[in-house]
Structure formats: structure tokens, C-alpha cells
Ligand binder design. Structure first.
Ligand SMILES: Nc1ncnc2c1ncn2[C@@H]1O[C@H](COP(=O)(O)OP(=O)(O)O)[C@@H](O)[C@H]1O
Ligand SMILES: [Mg+2]
Length: 360
């Protein structure tokens, strides 16, 4: 979530694997690790879920905000929230299981084609427009927080990680909260807007500027302010800001279709309270597709290889959930992961996320 937070040792949460939470959700695989906790794949009643854990001892308390905002935003490109609660040392959010995030694909492929960037970009832009319409800013727009769906939804991009998200205007009056200078920068410096790095309160414009940097990152495979050497995070943020101020959109987008420069240039010039012209930005991406004779067929740079791999992979690491009830006990079924057998219970009363919802 933050660029410069020391990460915990990799093994800290591994004790979670094989544990069952709320007597239901059995953690079978680690999916990702963030700054304040980890994400696991969990199984209950033969359905798969993603489980986000936050260590209650660390007192960051972002997960409750995240659960509340996701629950409020529920819609097509936001993972469905199943449940929120706490047990023992952890706050736990249970949500729809998704596929890989866009940083994973970029690391694998090094760059994305114009086609992939446009197809992703249109969806990413639509998601931002729809959450802004619902009075919310995400405040940590970056490739790791955009995740592809699974199965029938594998063409769809989802936005995750709403720990830093917040309302930017009154829902009743639509009056935007005032522009203040913050003491601390929040977000991820690499994709942050110039104004966010200067410490200004975020508004809709900042998320679009971040999207502009992300497109360039996808197309070129890197940004000029990566790998900056600094003594501490303050110095690092300062140097990144300096670099962003020095380099023009034109220079940044050299060799790319002109529309990506226009996208960034437009985003950088939106005023704090101004409603961005999402349609104009949409049209820019449409134009790139038209000029390059690109059909929006949802075939991304990774699609064909993934399809091929589906048929070629052996079953050694896969999960096997038995059909029907298990021999051991009628109320249990078994799940085999990496040749290890876990037992999990059938139906239990559902916990709900009303405690989280009520704070919004
Ligand atoms: N619902 C999900 N399904 C699949 N993978 C997920 C899901 N949520 C998160 N992840 C993976 O875990 C990573 C970290 O999750 P995230 O919510 O962004 O945590 P953090 O707040 O610590 O950054 C993501 O970048 C993604 O790779
Ligand atoms: Mg994240």
C-alpha cells in the first residue's frame, strides 16, 4: 500500500495456512501480501473465497473501512463482500476470489501491447468514474490493486484494496470537502499525482493522473522515477516529485500514440473540484483503438497462453474438493491441497458485515 513501509518477514502469517476461521473458511493458499496483512484463498462449502487478514495488534484498522466501503460500492467491478468480522488476533474480510493482479502480468510480460492497455484502460476508467459518481476516492491507484476476474469473469478488471478509500464530498449536498494540505503523503509514490506528492488532499483528478502514469508504465514497462536512491521515504518522495515536475508529458510519452500524452496532460490540468470529463478520456482510448484497428475482443496479451496452459498443467498442485460428504464424518468434507488433506465443516450460521456497514 505504501511504497516505503518495511515489510514483515514472509513467514509471519504462514501459520494461517490450514487454519479455519469463523468455523467455516479454511485457508488453503497464500495469494498476496500487503503492508498490513495477507490475502489467502479460502474454501467453504466447496466455494472459493479470498480472505484478507489484518493483524489487530498493529492497530492500523484499515480493514473495517475497506469492508464498509466495498460493501457500499458493490457493483460489477468491485469484488463481492461476503463477510467481515474479527477473531483472535485478526480482522478478517471475506470476499469474492479473483485472479491475478496487473502487476503480476506486467512482471511476467515486461510490457503490454497497445491493445491490452486500451482494453484494460477503458475498464479502469469506467471503474473510477463509477466510484467517483458514488462519492468515493480510492487513493491508492496502482497496478497491484487492479485484478482480473476468474472463470466467466476472466475478461473483467476489478478494483480492490479500499483501505485508504474515503468520501470526497457530502452525499447530501455534493459539496466537496475543502482542499487542505496534509502532513503525510498517503498512497504509492510511483503512481501518485504531482499534487498528491505535494501533500494536497486528493480529489478525482489525482486518480486520473495516476491512471495516466499507469498506462505509460504498462506500455514502456517502466517509469523514469523507478529505482531512485534515497536515504529515507521523505527524500524518496521528494525526488520522485522533482522528477515528475521536470519531465513533460510529451517526453514521458515519446514513441507512444499521442492520445496517451493527451490523457496525462488533461489529467494534470484538472482543477481540485472540477468534475473530470471521463467521456473525453474514453474517446482518447477509443481513438487509439480505431487508429490501430484494434477490436475490443477481450483477448489480452496473456489470454492465449493461459488458455493453452489450462490444458497442459498437471494436477499435482491443484485442489481436489471431494463431492458429497466425507467418509470421516457426515458434517465434513475434505479438501486436498498439495497432497495434504484438510477437513472442513458444512454449513454454519453466516456472520455478516453489518458492524462494518454501519460506520459508513
Ligand atoms: N479478492 C482477491 N482475489 C485474488 N487475489 C487478491 C484478492 N484481493 C487481493 N488479492 C491479491 O493480494 C494482493 C494484496 O491485496 P490488497 O488488498 O491490495 O492488500 P494491501 O492492502 O496489503 O495492498 C493484491 O495485489 C492481489 O494480488
Ligand atoms: Mg494493495
Amino acid at each position: 500500500m505504501f511504497d516505503y513501509i518495511d515489510s514483515d518477514s514472509d513467514n509471519e502469517y504462514d501459520q494461517v495456512l490450514g487454519q479455519t476461521f469463523f468455523n467455516k473458511y479454511l485457508c488453503v493458499k497464500k495469494l498476496g501480501k500487503g503492508s498490513f496483512g495477507s490475502i489467502y484463498q479460502a474454501i467453504y462449502n466447496k466455494e472459493e473465497y479470498a480472505l484478507k487478514l489484518e493483524d489487530r495488534k498493529k492497530k492500523h484498522d484499515l480493514l473495517q473501512n475497506e469492508a464498509a466501503i466495498m460493501n457500499y460500492l458493490q457493483g460489477e467491478n468491485i469484488p463481492k463482500v461476503k463477510s467481515y468480522g474479527f477473531t483472535g488476533n485478526y480482522n478478517i474480510l471475506i470476499m469474492q476470489l479473483l485472479g491475478k493482479d496487473l502487476e503480476y502480468y506486467l512482471n511476467k510480460l515486461k510490457k503490454f501491447s497497445i491493445k491490452t492497455v486500451c482494453m484494460l484502460g477503458i475498464q479502469m476508467l469506467n471503474i473510477l468514474e463509477s466510484i467517483h459518481e458514488k462519492h468515493i476516492l480510492h487513493r491508492d491507484i496502482k497496478p497491484e490493486n487492479f485484478v482480473m476476474g476468474l472463470n466467466n469473469n476472466s475478461n473483467m478488471v476489478y478494483l480492490i484494496d479500499f483501505g485508504l478509500a474515503k468520501k470526497y464530498r457530502s452525499i447530501k449536498t455534493l459539496v466537496q470537502y475543502p482542499l487542505i494540505m496534509k502532513k503525510k503523503f498517503t498512497g504509492t509514490a510511483r503512481y501518485a499525482s504531482i499534487n498528491a506528492l505535494k501533500g494536497y488532499e486528493h480529489s478525482r483528478r489525482d486518480e486520473l493522473e495516476s491512471l495516466g502514469y499507469i498506462f505509460i508504465y504498462f506500455l514502456k514497462g517502466k517509469l523514469p522515477w523507478q529505482n531512485i536512491i534515497a536515504k529515507n521515504k521523505e527524500e524518496k518522495y521528494k525526488k520522485i516529485l522533482q522528477k515528475k515536475l521536470e519531465i513533460s508529458a510529451q517526453e514521458l510519452c515519446k514513441g507512444l500514440p499521442k492520445e496517451f500524452e493527451m490523457f496525462l496532460e488533461y489529467a494534470k490540468n484538472i482543477k481540485y473540484e472540477e468534475k473530470p470529463d471521463y467521456q473525453y478520456l474514453h474517446n482518447l482510448l477509443d481513438k487509439v483503438m480505431k487508429d490501430n484497428k484494434i477490436k475490443n475482443d477481450c483477448i489480452y496479451d496473456w489470454t492465449l497462453e493461459e488458455e493453452k496452459n489450462k490444458y497442459e498443467t498437471t494436477n499435482d498442485n491443484s485442489m481436489d474438493i471431494n463431492d458429497g460428504k466425507d467418509k470421516k464424518n457426515d458434517n465434513y468434507y475434505h479438501i486436498k491441497v498439495n497432497k495434504k488433506i484438510y477437513y472442513n465443516q458444512f454449513e454454519e450460521p453466516e456472520i455478516n458485515c453489518s458492524s462494518a456497514c454501519s460506520i459508513f
